[in-house]
Design a protein around this ligand. Structure first.
Ligand code: PTJ
Length: 259
């Protein structure tokens, strides 16, 4: 932690995440644009009261059940994810038996290799999609994100896409894949196009998912997992998250707490 952030600062958690991102940028993990994208996320997080809502928890349970029922689940990792929660994303991959694939919007092979190293440093055994390994193409996509690993995202039935741009999520849905988004903005294209959207900060959502996947795995009860999935309606869930933002109660409570 930087000596410039006092340990009793009321915004300590948020400042530490910013510090991780800036360090990630300096270390070649994060795109410059990623710093701006984080700012947009922070604004939505403030409006949600910087807490995991009951609706986010429902989406987390549904996403966890979907991962456990998947045949070939893959977690897509970009620069921001690697910088702020490499350890947690590796842990989710482990508990959910999901592959990790680097897939960047602002594609850059050096950054891909740095992200791969960071994931391996944090316990990943194998990282897909790096360099020439991303040899398959998503034909609907124009961006560099169309290049995916033929053994990873290309074959996946369920893909987790944290902090994503909308085009790829849409293309993956068109390919018949189930998409789990983690996005603080309930109005984003990704949030709307995904079948399951967790409207929460990835720093809170991932540890919660790891916990729930572990709990559900112990049950060994596919019927129960299917029931959780059937009971979830993404459109309704997004509308409820938006209502929380519009009512402003959570944001007012946070503002009060920070006085
Ligand atoms: O590393 P790259 O090249 O793949 O680029 C990564 C970024 C994030 C720059 C790229 O994917 C991008 O441009 O994304 P967008 O279109 O800005 O979307 C990012 C979404 O993530 C926005 O809707 C933000 O609100 C949301 N977001 C930002 N920070 C967080 C977040 N959602 C959850 N937790 C966060 N910490």
């Amino acid at each position: 932690m930087s000596a410039q952030i006092p340990s009793n600062h009321p915004r300590l958690k948020s400042l530490l995440v910013r510090e991780k991102l800036v360090n990630g940028f300096v270390r070649g993990l994060v795109a410059g644009e990623g710093l701006i994208a984080h700012g947009r996320g922070e604004a939505f997080d403030y409006l949600l009261g910087e807490r995991t809502t009951g609706f986010a928890n429902l989406a987390i349970s549904t996403a966890s059940a979907s991962l456990l029922l998947a045949r070939h689940p893959v977690i897509s990792v970009n620069g921001n994810v690697a910088a702020i929660c490499a350890k947690e994303i590796v842990e989710l991959g482990e508990v959910a038996s999901a592959l990790l694939e680097v897939n960047l919007f602002h594609r850059d092979e050096r950054r891909e290799r740095s992200i791969e190293k960071e994931l391996i440093k944090n316990g990943a055994r194998k990282v897909y999609g790096v360099g020439s390994h991303a040899s398959a193409r998503i034909s609907e996509l124009q961006s560099e994100r169309r290049r995916v690993d033929p053994h990873g995202i290309y074959m996946a039935d369920v893909v987790v896409v944290p902090l994503e741009d909308g085009d790829r999520a849409e293309a993956l849905v068109k390919m018949g894949k189930k998409i789990i988004a983690i996005d603080l903005n309930p109005l984003s294209r990704t949030a709307k196009v995904a079948q399951i959207t967790i409207v929460d900060n990835i720093t809170r959502a991932l540890p919660a998912m790891v916990y729930i996947v572990r709990q559900l795995r112990c049950l060994k009860d596919d019927a129960r997992l299917n029931k959780i999935i059937k009971g979830f309606n993404n459109k309704e869930n997004l509308a409820q998250s938006l209502k929380i933002i519009q009512r402003g109660k959570n944001a007012a409570a946070l503002s009060e707490k920070l006085q």
